[in-house]
Design a protein around this ligand. Structure first.
Ligand code: 6IA
Length: 139
């Protein structure tokens, strides 16, 4: 299985450690193509990485190749929102996780979309349970 994990980069890196934990958990189900999203050394504004065109082309190729998408959307990110839209347009199975009690609820364009599964969590145990239930639905 190829898994595309989406989490905020330029939207802010406050949840980078959480992304890493989710990626580590997902790795037992297959190859997480986007492991760098959980890399604590990847900063929101660093400019020593590949250029934006390269990142876009590579990520869109990975998205089209993947079997399913998992996003953590508690930190608002244009890139994550874009990836979710692309994922739905390509009819990929898509799970979007977000923390309960966020100051600003996540966009209705995400929670209101019946083509993706959104799930609120309070603990990492919740995330594990939600991911397992999601995996059970994969044919
Ligand atoms: O708008 P954002 O940057 O928060 O978008 C984050 C999402 O876009 C992630 O789920 C990634 O899949 C993708 N993405 C954005 N930037 C990158 C990136 N390098 N490398 C890989 N995927 C990315 C940015 C590095 C730069 C800050 C030096």
């Amino acid at each position: 299985m190829k898994i595309y994990f989406a989490g905020s980069i330029r939207g802010g890196r406050e949840d980078a450690a959480l992304y890493k934990s989710i990626i580590d958990y997902l790795s037992q189900f297959g190859e997480v193509l986007t492991e760098h999203v959980g890399d604590a050394s990847l900063s929101a504004i660093g400019d020593d990485g590949p250029n934006d065109r390269f990142i876009y082309d590579r990520d869109m190729r990975w998205l089209s190749e993947c079997d399913f998408v998992v996003a953590e959307a508690s930190t608002p990110s244009l890139g994550v929102g874009y990836e979710l839209g692309q994922s739905v347009a390509q009819k990929k199975l898509t799970l979007c996780l977000y923390r309960s009690g966020l100051q600003w609820p996540i966009s209705a364009m995400i929670t209101g979309n019946p083509a993706l599964k959104t799930a609120e969590y309070s603990s990492f145990d919740d995330i594990i349970r939600i991911v397992r239930e999601f995996m059970d639905e994969i044919p």
